[in-house]
Design a protein around this ligand. Structure first.
Ligand code: KIV
Ligand code: ZN
Length: 510
């Protein structure tokens, strides 16, 4: 097993780019390249110089601006002309690497390359030797990587492949890459094969993996390959690449980080990078994409919402893989209310909207929001807020508030109905709340005030012109906290309306 730091090798500019509907030109490649430098990847494959003149020029340009510590590679088939072009294109990089590849799987050698295993072996050894000689002629830091394309299909001839790779190393390869060019089978046998090659080769040879994601398992096979001896992990930004893509760098990095592996990557750059790449590649991020999808921090079931809220702000969350800040995401976990959600969601949503609510109140309005959810699906926040005001700010009961006016500094006139009986009384007190409660007490409606607060809110509440909510707490039966809330442009009236809501609620609850 390895104890070496993972070496993140980015292949977005080559494998990712070759799969785009409109491949990038030099300008776009340079933007992505600079982002990769910010991410602090260890190596970058800048292109395939034989693919086009534009790709040759891009490779040449990026090699020239590469920082000292980043390996720069260019791809070449095992043919002299390709190797020469790759050498010419990237010779000015501080650490240039020529990346030659050929399939060694029985199927590919027979049906695509039309070569016997012996012929293939000879070709790859010759190519690696040539590449190493040529790159060292022009740059003393030059390296060679050999990729045994379709390594994942080599279970039946793994001994031949291992022997060939030993020869390839003798011929000068510094890195042996073991691609799962098409993901068709299970992870475990593939990882065992990676480990077999790692054990068979000298320990100063770097083992790389390069897995495609045809069955959605490439993150897992890359992560497990690391623990089986592969230190160079070839990944792409946003998982761009042929067909279902290459291995997604963010997922591998986070899985290793969560497992306690030290990384060079600046993980906090991940999210901004992902957004940029989606825009530049025109490949949208799926809302369910791990880590970066818009819905990847959303909780809709009551149980998950409860756990998420209880562990909010903690490094480890009950229902999330990471603290979103780790990858530079500033948005928090999303609590969406559907028919599957519960009171905790309402409590959280109303709080986040900036309004006061108690757990008891969340329980009370929950059936009303659920009813809406059964029709609408996820209920928009403004609809939940509307229900909150509708259900909690106008409690129907025997008391009907009519008016409250100041007569003198400490004297108020209160008009109300109780079970259709009309009352018009004066109350004296230290402020409107005291005066109103005293007035009610005079006519036999005694209640003990246990709390009072006024909360300013940002918005004009429900278009009323009010910008504060009055909350009154009175003692109910057995000391139960009864909460009445109200808003009004006139704060004295807001307080009194809150008292009447609490009085009605107390009658219902007692
Ligand atoms: O998928 C693959 O096998 C490749 C090689 C060129 C490394 O991209
Ligand atoms: Zn590939």
């Amino acid at each position: 097993m390895t104890n070496k730091k993972p070496f993140f090798y980015d292949i977005t500019l080559r494998d990712g780019n070759q799969a785009l509907k409109k491949p990038w030109g030099i300008k776009e490649k340079e933007i992505v390249f600079n982002k990769l430098v910010e991410l602090n990847v260890n190596g970058i494959e800048v292109g395939f110089p034989s693919a086009s003149e534009m790709d040759y020029d891009a490779c040449e340009r990026l090699a020239k601006i590469a920082p000292k510590n980043i390996v720069i590679s260019a791809l070449a088939r095992c043919v002299k002309a390709d190797i020469r072009k790759a050498v010419d294109a990237i010779k000015d990089a501080p650490i240039p690497r020529i990346h030659v590849f050929m399939a060694l799987s029985p199927f590919h050698m027979q049906y695509v390359l039309n070569k016997t295993p012996e012929e293939a072996k000879e070709i790859v050894i010759r190519a690696v030797k040539y590449a190493k000689e040529e790159i060292l002629k022009v740059n003393k830091n030059g390296q060679v990587q050999f990729s045994a394309e379709h390594f994942g299909d080599c279970e039946e001839n793994i001994d031949f492949v291992t022997d060939t790779l030993k020869e390839v190393v003798k011929a000068g390869a510094d890195v042996i890459n073991l691609p799962n060019t098409v993901e068709r089978y299970r992870i475990k046998p593939l990882v065992d094969m990676v480990n077999k090659v790692y054990e068979a080769l000298p320990k100063d040879v770097v083992i790389a993996v390069h897995h495609h994601n045809d069955l959605g398992m490439s993150t897992a096979s890359t992560v497990e390959s690391y623990f089986a001896g592969a230190t160079q992990l070839e990944c792409s930004l946003n998982g761009l690449g042929e067909r279902a893509g290459n291995t997604n760098m963010y997922e591998v990095a986070v899985a290793l980080y969560n497992s306690g592996v030290e990384l060079d990557l600046n993980l906090e750059k991940i999210y901004e990078t992902a957004l940029l790449i989606a825009q530049m590649s025109k490949v949208k991020i799926h809302e369910k994409a791990p880590l970066i999808g818009s819905d990847s921090l959303a909780h809709r079931s009551g149980i998950h919402q409860d756990g998420a809220i209880k562990t909010k702000g903690m490094k480890k969350g009950a229902y999330r893989a990471i603290d979103p800040k780790l990858i530079g995401r500033n948005d928090d976990e999303i609590i969406g209310f559907t028919s599957q959600s519960g009171k905790t969601a309402i409590y959280e949503i109303i709080n986040q909207a900036g309004y006061p609510i108690s757990v008891d109140e969340a329980i009370r309005i929950s059936p009303h929001v659920k009813k809406e959810a059964e029709i609408l699906g996820e209920v928009p926040v403004n609809k939940i807020v509307e229900i909150y005001f509708r259900e909690l700010f106008n409690i129907a009961g025997p008391f009907e508030f009519l008016s409250f006016n100041m007569i003198e500094a400490d004297t108020f006139e209160l008009r109300f109905n109780y079970n259709d009986e009309y009352y018009d009384i004066k109350g004296i007190g230290n402020g409107p709340v005291d005066a109103c409660l005293n007035a009610l007490r005079k006519v036999g409606f005694e209640r003990t005030l246990s709390g009072f607060e006024q909360k300013a809110v940002d918005a004009d509440i429900m278009g009323s012109g009010a910008s504060a909510i009055s909350t009154i707490h009175i003692l109910g039966k057995d000391g139960k906290d009864i909460i009445g809330r109200a808003f009004d442009k006139n704060t004295a009236r807001a307080n009194v309306k809150a008292i009447f809501n609490a009085m009605n609620l107390a009658e219902i609850e007692d």
